[in-house]
Design a protein around this ligand. Structure first.
Ligand code: PEP
Length: 258
């Protein structure tokens, strides 16, 4: 019997957007308008230079913050990299790992992603692992095989127990930034597949794992998606840069979890 995690998680992925002024306006709005949520955890993942700003504006609020990538190494001569320990130093508690935009633009391998995932956990960060298939893979009907292989790289190297208290975000690549979200039915099937896969290996980890949906979530489709079993929240790109849209998505999560 699968025990569902009921509290929703909504994560803003700002990607490479923002500046001090715009960020301050968005964060102030989020703090003001999302304070009353009791069934939804809100997280903002910003570019590295703004972690200090997030720390200043969000500490002692209910909103958590994180980064969009982390180094796979602990410390050392890795120019341009930022370690998990450094993220913790700034009070970050979440980190997005393996986003398809990084896999495509920076040739991030599944092996690298697996190492980063474990590095994040080792330092007390909650990893948000992105998995998902391309349109060609979906049309070929191999989407579950693709996602399964992405998860297997972590499972084979580190065991399924690492998914306890972690987050997996199902992000069909064809849905990211395209205005073409997965249907609730498509998302439902994949989320169930992921939950079952982890359940078969480690029930405790499966019970403590949140599975988000990401890919063109909007205020219009959020309620329908968040009501789907095994969708524990969302990873939000474009709409997280608009206070009203993001807050409306967070309210949809709250409504779906109460
Ligand atoms: C994302 O980048 O993770 C994402 C889901 O983007 P968007 O919401 O813009 O599709």
């Amino acid at each position: 019997m699968i025990q569902k995690t009921t509290k929703k998680l909504v994560v803003a992925n700002w990607k490479m957007h923002g500046n001090l002024k715009q960020n301050a306006a968005l964060l102030t709005d989020f703090v003001e308008n999302l304070a009353h949520l009791t069934h939804t955890k809100v997280v903002v993942c910003a570019p590295y230079p703004y972690l200090g700003q997030l720390q200043n504006l969000l500490q002692s609020t209910h909103i958590a913050w994180g980064a969009q990538n982390v180094a796979k190494n602990e410390v050392g001569a890795f120019t341009g990299e930022v370690s998990a320990a450094m993220l913790r130093d700034f009070g970050a508690t979440y980190v997005i790992i393996g986003h398809s935009e990084r896999a495509t633009a920076y040739c991030e391998s599944d092996e690298n992603v697996a190492t980063k995932f474990v590095q994040a956990k080792k330092h007390g960060l909650t990893p948000i692992l992105c998995v998902g298939e391309t349109l060609i893979e979906r049309e070929a009907g191999v989407m579950e095989m693709v996602v399964s292989k992405q998860l297997d790289t972590i499972i084979n190297a580190h065991g399924a127990a690492v998914f306890a208290d972690a987050v997996i975000s199902y992000e069909p690549i064809w849905a990211i930034g395209t205005s073409l979200a997965a249907t609730p039915e498509q998302a439902k099937n994949m989320h169930l597949f992921i939950r079952n896969k982890i359940t078969n290996l480690n029930l405790d980890a499966a019970n403590r794992l949140k599975i988000l949906y990401g890919g063109s979530v909007t205020p219009q489709n959020a309620v329908q998606l968040f009501l789907v079993e095994n969708i524990n929240g969302g990873l939000i790109g474009k709409c997280s840069l608009n206070a009203q849209a993001f807050e409306s998505i967070c309210h949809a999560a709250e409504a779906a979890s109460t």
